[in-house]
Design a protein around this ligand. Sequence first.
Ligand code: CIR
Length: 255
Amino acid sequence: MAMFKYALVRTPCRNLVHGLSSAVLGKPDYNKALAQHAAYVGVLQRCGLDVTVLPADEEYPDSVFIEDTAVLSEKAAVITRPGAPSRLGEERSVAAALLSRYPRLEAITAPGTLEGGDVFKAGDHFFIGISARTNPAGARQLAMILQKHGYKATAVPLRHVLHLKTGVAYLESNRLLACGEFMDHPLLAGFEIVPVPAAEAYAANSVWINGRVLVPAGFPKARQAIAKLGYEAVPVDVSEFRKLDGGVSCLSLRF
Ligand code: CIR
């Protein structure tokens, strides 16, 4: 299994309160979001990652959800082209930051759109959600780039959730934490499914980092299911980001 060395995050901007949201949980509290973000960075560091923190970018309210701007692996770095019009452009400063870590960057181009929240990697195999944000052209471009580097790629059409990783989290060892439409999805049938009950659906967006699993705080059943498998389950309070449909994976790029 691939161990991660680095993480890239971005400080939330004040305009965060104007971020995109389908949740009905109210507006995020900016100061609380800043504190939660700082604590999240601390957890990444405790997972052994060398964390680079990019400055807040007021031009893009959702820019704290940096995972959507790139797809990173040992062999390739692909800059995305976000499908939400208000997020298009967020990827530019991420590309600039990644140039110091990767010898070359590839990119999704128009008319393709793709957000990193729609992509997970299981060994050498990438799964790419086709969603309201990632269109078939974007998914095809990513698959072609990845195949060139020796990876496999499978497109997974979504029905109900924002991003593929809203509903699944790869826990390594062929295990996939999953809820809702992904619990019995034919394209995911090769995985050992670790089910997340519907009442805790938000916790399906957890993230494996070097043997630990970051789980949103407040979801005891999901946390227990993960801990029972032998992982150290680390609860992280991301309540302010949940108000904007974001979670523990969206807040960082790990590579
Ligand atoms: C958005 O709608 O784009 C943001 N409010 C949330 C993005 C969450 N990102 C992710 O799941 N990777």
